[in-house]
Design a protein around this ligand. Structure first.
Ligand code: GLN
Length: 237
């Protein structure tokens, strides 16, 4: 290195920046894994939080983000595409390195340590010491809706939409449970099930806040990205 030339701190520096730090121009960049699923909805919800929201399809794009969202969709398909696009190992490595990551529905499945009812060749990204049950809300009732309170989220319950969603069967000691399905008519076996969790910088919901126009869960995630895990710790006090 021949001294520093701040004026030329361009693309190379952007891609090579330390993991988890804001991008060079000071604007936090949050990627959405854009191989399959409801990518557009997440990009819109993130933009509303004032971060730069970008699709991620290639390792070089992953290297340029501070945080990542794994959208809803089909976890088996996303798993296969992660391998095809040579993103499986890079995403795993970033998560293991502490990159803030949020998974909704299929994204939650990808983050889980173990999947019940998954396909044998389905691959996991890790990050969450939980066991999830895929399509737990039942095949005959493909979607289920409820209002639930989420730890750390001010402003009352969030309307949660579950679409062929998983629930969390069990959590490890470092996992914080953020929401469960409340008692209500029609909840059936879903009652009391864990549907939102956090472990360090990894957040996951079995439901889809990106589909309901309530930006609070995305704002919570963006606070986590900007403020480290202080965001949720102080909120839960
Ligand atoms: N059932 C899907 C899966 O197994 C998840 C559904 C969703 O993301 N809405 O991946």
């Amino acid at each position: 290195m021949t001294g520093s030339n701040k004026g030329s701190a361009g693309l190379t520096a952007l891609v090579g920046q330390p993991l988890g730090s804001p991008t060079l121009d000071g604007v936090t960049t949050v990627g959405v894994l854009a191989l399959q699923g409801d990518v557009r909805e997440h990009l819109a919800a993130l933009s509303d939080c004032g971060v730069r929201a970008v699709p991620v399809r290639r390792p070089i794009e992953l290297a340029a983000v501070d945080a990542l969202v794994l959208p809803g969709g089909e976890s088996t398909t996303m798993s296969r595409l992660l391998e095809t696009f040579e993103l499986l190992e890079p995403v795993r490595a970033r998560i293991a390195d502490g990159m803030p990551t949020y998974g909704s529905c299929a994204g939650m499945i990808l983050l889980a340590r173990e999947v019940m009812g998954g396909r044998a060749d389905q691959r996991q990204l890790g990050g969450l010491d939980v066991v999830v049950r895929r399509n737990a809300f039942g095949r005959q009732v493909d979607s289920f809706e409820t209002d639930l309170s989420l730890v750390g989220l001010a402003g009352g319950p969030v309307h949660a939409v579950f679409i062929r969603a998983p629930w969390v069967e069990s959590v490890g000691p470092d996992v914080e449970v953020l929401a469960t399905v409340p008692r209500q008519p029609g909840a059936g076996a879903a009652e009391g099930r864990i549907v939102a969790v956090r472990q360090g910088m990894v957040l996951a919901t079995a439901f889809h806040p990106e589909l309901t126009g309530d930006g609070r869960v995305h704002r919570l995630f963006c606070d986590l990205v900007r403020g480290g895990d202080r965001a949720l710790n102080t909120a839960t006090g």
